[in-house]
Design a protein around this ligand. Structure first.
Ligand code: FAD
Length: 385
């Protein structure tokens, strides 16, 4: 262990580990191959309190710090990369309410998020705006006590079975620069003018539905404007994504660990030319590199999480952790497949799933190209002459 955990932290991580081994890992490939939403596992996540993992206890959550939450995410991702997807963006929505919402909003929404009764995620991206968040076109125009939303969102995780989302929209379409005219609204399914128009078919990250949303004069009560003030949404999103990057890094760590654990086992079981393949130097090289990357990814991830827990701004650390851990996941998935030979390519083993799940980590919460620009910007600031 990299650092001392309290008994309580240790117990929780142990509970999640057992849950993953007993209930997630055995069904993950079947659910993935059928692209089936894991209803039963969602209920178990509710029971474990994980929809409220980082929500303060006073609002009904279990109040985990970033470090313990990252450990939980690592465990979940080790069993099935889609599992953290059920809670990560949901908890970023909760984070925005917790950090920037009014007291009335915190009291209303956080207990509902914590219990999982209201759950969902982030509706930021659009067909023509992913990395370039400021290019979004969805608008929310004030009309009496409501905002009227028009536009479309793309790639929204949890949209099919979730019910509540943090929507980024332009409340002042003429603002220059555009980010000054953007706000976050909490939107709920049910009213006319909000349609989940389709599920997007994808390579991996199965089971968790990722959808397109269409808004046509959809009315949202003005009291759902997070923080009660227009023009601050972009800032909230950037802050939320900073913590999101630690979570994606932890998913990377979980995936590298899954690859390593499968590979070290197989390397001792599979024999060629009269000996276990783990005795061939070229396989040893792969194991050594994978284990080294696992350790390095862990150190970066938990160091960023601990810095965040100390209250520092961690764009640089979270960016580095996300970049390294997710690239390590992609490389390890490929190497795990090589180590497993033909067996790794079959649907009988989870290696092919790791291979399909890893690329999303390079894209989500800011692509790794964007991470590099964030890292470089921070470096130039910190080392300014
Ligand atoms: C499975 C899945 C789930 C998702 N879930 C959500 C969700 O829940 N909510 C949500 O809002 N979004 C979600 N997204 C969207 C995701 O955040 C975007 O896909 C991501 O930000 C990249 O945007 P893009 O796809 O438009 O790529 P683009 O921004 O078009 O980028 C294309 C390429 O250009 C590169 N690039 C872009 N700008 C620069 C630059 N300045 N410098 C260097 N390179 C650059 C990118 O790195 C990439 O390689 C999800 C996406 C996927 C695939």
């Amino acid at each position: 262990m990299l650092f001392d955990l309290t008994d309580e932290q240790q117990q929780l991580v142990e509970t999640v580990r057992k849950f993953v081994d007993a209930e997630v890992a055995p069904v993950a490939s079947d659910l993935d191959h059928r692209d089936e939403y894991p209803f039963a596992l969602v209920e178990r996540i509710k029971e474990l309190g994980l929809f409220g993992a980082t929500i303060p206890e006073q609002y009904g959550g279990i109040g985990l710090d970033h470090t313990t939450y990252a450990l939980v995410v690592e465990e979940l991702a080790r069993g099935w990369a889609s599992m953290p997807g059920l809670i990560n963006s949901h908890l970023i929505m909760a984070y925005m309410v917790r950090e920037f919402g009014t007291e009335a909003q915190k009291r209303k929404w956080l207990p509902l998020f914590a219990s999982g009764e209201r759950r969902g995620g982030l509706a930021l991206s659009e067909a023509d705006a992913g990395s370039d968040v400021q290019a979004i076109r969805t608008t929310a125009r004030r009309d009496g006590d409501d905002y009227v939303v028009n536009g479309a969102k793309m790639w929204i995780t949890n949209a099919r079975y979730g019910n509540t989302f943090a929507l980024l929209a332009r409340t002042d379409p003429d603002a220059d620069p555009p980010h000054r005219g953007m706000s976050i609204l909490l939107i709920e399914k049910g009213g006319p003018g909000f349609e989940v128009s389709r599920d997007i078919r994808k390579l991996g990250y199965k089971g968790i539905k990722t959808c397109e949303l269409v808004f046509d004069d959809f009315r949202v009560p003005a009291e759902n404007l997070v923080g009660g003030e227009e023009g601050r949404g972009f800032k909230y999103v950037m802050s939320g994504l900073e913590t999101g990057r630690i979570n994606v890094a932890a998913r990377g760590v979980g995936l590298v660990r899954a690859c390593f654990e499968a590979s070290i086992r197989y390397a001792q079981q599979r024999r060629t030319f009269g000996k276990p393949i783990g005795e061939h130097q070229l396989i040893q090289e792969k194991l050594a590199e994978m284990a080294t990357k696992l350790e390095a990814a862990r150190l970066l991830t938990y160091s960023a999480a601990r810095a965040k827990d100390r209250g520092s701004r961690v764009d640089l650390e979270a960016g580095m952790a996300k970049l390294f851990a997710t690239e390590a996941a992609m490389e390890s998935a490929l190497e795990a497949m090589r180590i497993h030979g033909g067996a790794g390519y079959s649907l009988e083993l989870p290696i092919e799933r790791y291979f399909r799940d890893a690329p999303l980590l390079l894209i989500g919460e800011g692509t790794n190209e964007i991470q590099k620009t964030v890292i470089a910007r921070q470096l130039l600031q910190r080392h300014a002459l």
